[in-house]
Design a protein around this ligand. Structure first.
Ligand code: KIV
Length: 268
């Protein structure tokens, strides 16, 4: 475990795996929350393209743009000190080929990220290799990949059948061979995630992938109980903040309407 205050770098990801220390990751999209999570001592902060649903009010991640990701990565970077900051590559920022992928990954590093994450396995091997060759650290993401929602026919657990299990093992291995320093395993059976984690030399970060991954990631609004439009089975709420926030705003509205706020002590 790193002492609080000591900067987490990409080198620590390999060390955590070697020592069997869990890697804690959480999403953040602005400086305020990034600072709180950084103070709480998480190893890594992800500016996820879940931004689309939990911040921008979009129906999926498909509408998130490079400009959105740059703006929010910059904000999160300004709030992050110790944690390793990773930014998601949005839909169509890397699928169009290695040249676009390198340029867009570079833009996210210029915005303040220390690494980028992109969805895909064997189909994105060339893109991951191209980015990694430019000394831009890349995290892979296989299994339930939200940018492929229409191909998957919805947000479904992947790898339930043996043929698909083999494909996911191949995807994870391909991501590692291409030069990724770590890989997110999302929405796959726990035993498969455990096997992949044992097989790979790079650390796996799970979300809906059981307890045997090298680390875990959750979307901040899910774990804080701020987003309740749907609640996937893998989400555990470590707080219930929606109600207290609503209560506080109702109190404020009530005091304004009754002329109780602002009082003398809030006036000049
Ligand atoms: O966009 C995101 O927040 C993610 C995590 C859930 C892994 O990709």
């Amino acid at each position: 475990m790193k002492k609080v205050g000591e900067k987490v770098t990409i080198l620590d990801f390999a060390r955590y795996k070697e020592k069997g220390e869990k890697i804690v990751m959480i999403t953040a999209y602005d400086a305020l929350f990034a600072r709180i999570f950084d103070d709480a001592g998480v190893e890594s902060i992800l500016v996820g393209d879940s931004l689309g649903q939990v911040v921008l009010g979009l129906p999926s991640t498909l509408g998130v743009t490079m400009e959105d990701m740059e703006r929010h990565t910059g904000a999160a970077a300004r709030g992050t000190g110790r944690a390793f900051l990773i930014a998601d590559m949005p839909f169509l920022s890397f699928q169009t080929g290695p040249d676009d992928a390198i340029r867009n990954a570079g833009r996210l590093l210029q915005a303040g990220a220390e690494a980028v994450k992109l969805e895909g396995g064997r189909n994105m091997e060339n893109v991951i290799r191209a980015i990694a060759r430019c000394d831009i650290p890349v995290m892979g993401h296989v299994g339930l990949t939200p940018q492929s929602v229409h191909r998957m026919g919805g947000y479904r657990v992947q790898g339930r059948q043996e043929a698909q299990r083999q494909q996911l093992r191949d995807d994870a291995r391909a991501v590692q061979e291409a030069g990724a320093f770590s890989v997110v395993l999302e929405g796959i059976p726990a035993d498969l995630a455990g096997e992949i984690t044992e097989e790979l030399a790079i650390p796996t970060i799970g979300i809906g992938a059981g307890p045997r991954c090298d680390g875990q990631v959750l979307v901040m609004q899910d774990l804080l109980g701020l987003f309740d439009e749907f609640r996937p089975k893998f989400v555990k709420r470590f707080g219930e903040l929606k109600q207290p926030v609503r209560d506080a705003v109702r109190k404020y509205a009530d005091e304004v309407r009754r002329g109780k706020f602002p009082g003398k002590e809030h006036s000049f």
